[in-house]
Write a protein that binds this ligand. Structure first.
Ligand code: XMP
Length: 529
């Protein structure tokens, strides 16, 4: 399968380059900008290399690529720092701008001359368009052999190409949605210049997975711990599709902190997908008694994490799988990047300080018995794969949910009664969001990145009929975000909030008052605990 390699020099948008090219149907891999480019890295599948942007400067601390990048004969596309890097390395000049070029900037293209490859590249450009830029340095002299094919509204080089070699550079970011026609520009490089065939699809992914899993796991049992979230459920679906169903063991723990009907939905979905060995562990009582009298958020999280591991080890031992079983995990491509396992070590760290390392996972990793069926996929590709494999939309399109579940959405001590009240109120909130349309025409649920309810340890006075009521206060949270690192408050129409509040207080008798959390992240976090 054709592949585009991306050298990551630390830009915030490197991941986006990978995503955009994959959306065009071509597989991408991100490696550190200064990685050694041996034959293993530049395999016969690699058809072109993109050099990413960087927050650094070429004449300062910015990393340099392995010089082989200029000898390998493959087409190169430098984006922002990538172009400056090529210019600097190949004998041109890069200098600071008097004023940074930032945001939307007009670019004009000079289409006339140039080799056949240059024409193929320029075919992806409109004569003039709004690009998106963010750079403090500029090219003050192109490297020998390069010619300028586009100029920014402020008069600086915006597009350059080598007259003989298949080397191209953009001073702007085609991967950013604010860039008009960015996909066509990337497409012109990937298809026109590199000659890639679009072979990256979910069918293809499953086919490859099928072969690699059969080779690795053979007939051995594979155990996957399912949380009910998108990633682990789709990982389960992928295993069931590619291995023998008898071989696949799925274990799910109901801690008592799940959302309404969550366990039933997970069970129904996995059974529909063919699961035969589904082990659902009901451990609500154990979790509730461990948390009795505990109100401090970090202590609650620690207790939950520890108990999770204890029960997991106990239940796995109880299954009595043979020593050589494999442990599967729903790790994504971005998780690998974040944990710095050799790919894109310069990429910006996104999350996840949250999930506890488990001795079971560590031991299996050491023994080389971990299977990560989603480890080449981005989150939206996991959703695509889930839909392809027939996972219900209810699970595939679901908002993120924290590992400790409702326990961190009940402020202070957690009790069964409070879990039930929160579960009920939250189910109404989510149902209303799915029912209502937003300005984009999508449901409010789909416009919002994450929405949930929080039960506060406060009772407040109210009336129900003629009777004085002393009910709990519920906070609603709804945010927009791209990665959970920062978040904005979702700007509801007032009417939606009023109607949702009324429905909750009318239906859940223990809730006396509803508030809306209007804090962005930062300074607040998304979850309350
Ligand atoms: P915060 O509250 O840190 O949340 O702003 C960022 C995102 O992470 C989710 N979250 C968790 N996810 N285990 C998880 O798998 C956890 O312990 C955890 N805590 C928070 C949160 O819901 C939000 O999407």
């Amino acid at each position: 399968m054709d592949k585009i390699l991306i050298l990551d020099f630390g830009s915030q948008t490197t991941q986006l380059i990978g995503r955009r090219v994959r959306d065009l149907g071509v597989y991408t891999e991100i490696i550190p900008g200064d990685a050694t480019l041996d034959a293993g890295v530049i395999s016969h599948e690699v058809k072109g290399i993109i050099l990413s942007g960087s927050p650094e400067s070429v004449y300062d601390t910015g990393a340099a690529p392995d010089k082989k990048v200029y000898d390998c004969g493959l087409p190169l596309l430098g984006i922002c720092y990538g172009l400056q890097r090529m210019t600097y390395d190949l004998g041109g000049k890069v200098e600071p701008l008097p004023k940074m070029e930032y945001g939307r900037i007009e670019v004009k293209i000079q289409k006339n001359e140039g080799s056949d490859k240059i024409q193929k590249f320029l075919n992806g450009f409109r004569d003039s368009f709004t690009a998106w830029m963010s750079h403090g340095d500029t090219l003050t002299q192109l490297a020998p052999g390069f010619k300028q094919y586009g100029t920014s509204g402020t008069g600086y080089p915006a597009v350059a190409a080598h007259e003989q070699k298949p080397w191209f550079g953009l001073q702007f970011h085609p991967e950013v949605t604010h860039c008009e026609g960015g996909d066509e520009i990337l497409g012109a490089f990937v298809f026109g210049v590199c000659g890639c065939t679009a072979g990256w699809s979910m069918e293809h992914y499953i086919e490859e997975l099928n072969q690699s899993l059969k080779k690795r796991a053979g007939e051995n049992p594979v155990l996957l711990l399912i949380s009910g979230g998108v990633d682990s459920t789709v990982a389960g679906a992928a295993l069931l599709k590619t291995l023998k169903t008898e071989q696949v063991h799925l274990m799910y723990m109901d801690t008592g902190f799940m959302r309404k009907n969550e366990t039933a939905a997970v069970r129904a979905n996995l059974e529909k997908l063919g699961a035969k060995n589904l082990h659902i562990i009901m451990c609500e009582d154990e979790f509730l008694s461990a948390l009795k009298g505990k109100g401090e958020p970090e202590e609650k999280r620690r207790i939950i994490g520890d108990l999770f591991i204890t029960i997991q080890e106990r239940e796995v031992a109880r299954l009595g799988l043979p020593e050589n079983y494999f442990l599967a995990q729903g790790t994504l491509y971005t998780d690998l990047i974040e944990s710095g396992k050799g790919i894109g070590k310069k990429a910006h760290v996104i999350k996840s300080h949250h999930n506890v390392a488990s001795p079971l996972v560590d031991a299996k990793r050491k023994a080389g018995k971990i299977i990560e069926p989603l480890d080449r996929l981005y989150k939206d590709e996991v959703r695509k794969l889930g839909r392809f494999l027939g996972v219900d939309e209810e699970i595939v399109g679901r908002h993120p949910f924290p590992g400790p579940g409702l326990a961190v959405r009940i402020i202070g001590e957690v009790t069964k009664e409070k879990c039930d009240v929160l579960r009920e109120a939250d189910a109404i909130f989510i149902e209303e969001l799915k029912k209502r349309r937003g300005s984009s025409g999508k449901s409010l649920y789909d416009e919002i990145w994450q929405a949930f309810s929080v039960l506060l340890p406060i009772r407040s006075v109210g009336v129900a009929g003629d009777v004085r009521k002393y009910g709990w206060v519920l906070a609603l949270r709804a945010i927009t975000s791209t990665d959970g690192m920062t978040a904005d408050v979702y700007p509801f129409e007032t009417r939606d909030l009023l109607e949702i509040s009324t429905r909750i207080t009318n239906s859940v008798k223990d809730i006396g008052r509803v508030t809306y959390d209007i804090s962005s992240k930062p300074p607040a976090t998304i979850e309350w605990e």
